[in-house]
Design a binder for this molecule. Structure first.
Ligand code: GRF
Length: 212
């Protein structure tokens, strides 16, 4: 079994997409070993519990030092033999100690085509508000490897979504979540589980299905 830990902070729609894909047999061999929330009252936790998943809360606000937050997260994952850590609407940075424990095995979903509309504060509606303000014709979502700063790690997958003239930020957010995020995050997990991801510095190569 390919064991994943999913980290959440908010609505859990990306977690739900992973749960649904596993239930529909489209992520064979993948198991959600645990869901860890950085906020005790987030709806994502309710989704996890409804799906019968093991959950834990490691409140970011309880830790002044990032290293202590890292340590608490690592303690929850210890002995669980996690193959991949998936940040799904997770809003906290991870420190170098945590990342060193899972080298090239922590991925995040960001609601824009990186490097556009990213960095500190670019979550929720903000990436979409900025995309509309800039007047881009395309936005979308990116799955990337996580490094110690927001949204700057090597790109794994991206999916573009056309921006409509009538879009509000909410319209764009909803379409990108549905048409991009909830497609490429499970797709990236499947690629990692199949051992098809090869990271070389900033470049991420996807091996062909037949291994050639
Ligand atoms: C999504 O747009 C995600 O990309 C961003 O937060 C939003 C909500 O995610 N990080 P979720 O519903 O908590 O999965």
């Amino acid at each position: 079994m390919y064991q994943i830990a999913v980290f959440v902070s908010g609505g859990g729609t990306n977690l739900q997409a992973i749960i649904d894909q596993i239930d529909q047999g489209r992520l064979a061999g993948v198991r959600i070993a645990c869901v860890i929330a950085s906020k005790a009252d987030c709806p994502a936790l309710a989704r996890a519990r409804r799906a019968g998943l093991a959950t834990d809360v490691v409140p970011r606000k309880q830790f002044v030092q990032l290293a202590d937050f890292d340590r608490a997260l690592l303690a929850v994952l210890a002995r669980k033999e996690i193959d991949l850590v998936v940040l799904a609407g997770f809003l906290s940075l991870l420190g170098k100690d945590f990342l060193a424990a899972y080298p090239d095995r922590v991925i995040n979903i960001h609601p824009s085509l990186l490097p556009a509309f990213s960095g500190p504060g670019f979550y929720g509606l903000k990436p979409h508000q900025e995309a509309l303000a800039y007047g881009v014709r395309l936005s979308g979502a990116t799955v990337h490897l996580v490094d110690p700063t927001y949204d700057t790690g090597p790109v794994v997958l991206q999916k573009a979504v056309a921006v409509k003239q009538t879009d509000t930020a909410q319209d764009l957010q909803e379409r990108i979540m549905r048409e991009a995020e909830q497609v490429i995050l499970p797709e990236a997990i499947a690629l990692f589980a199949a051992g098809r991801i090869c990271v070389q510095g900033r470049r991420v190569f996807i091996e062909e299905e037949n291994g050639l």
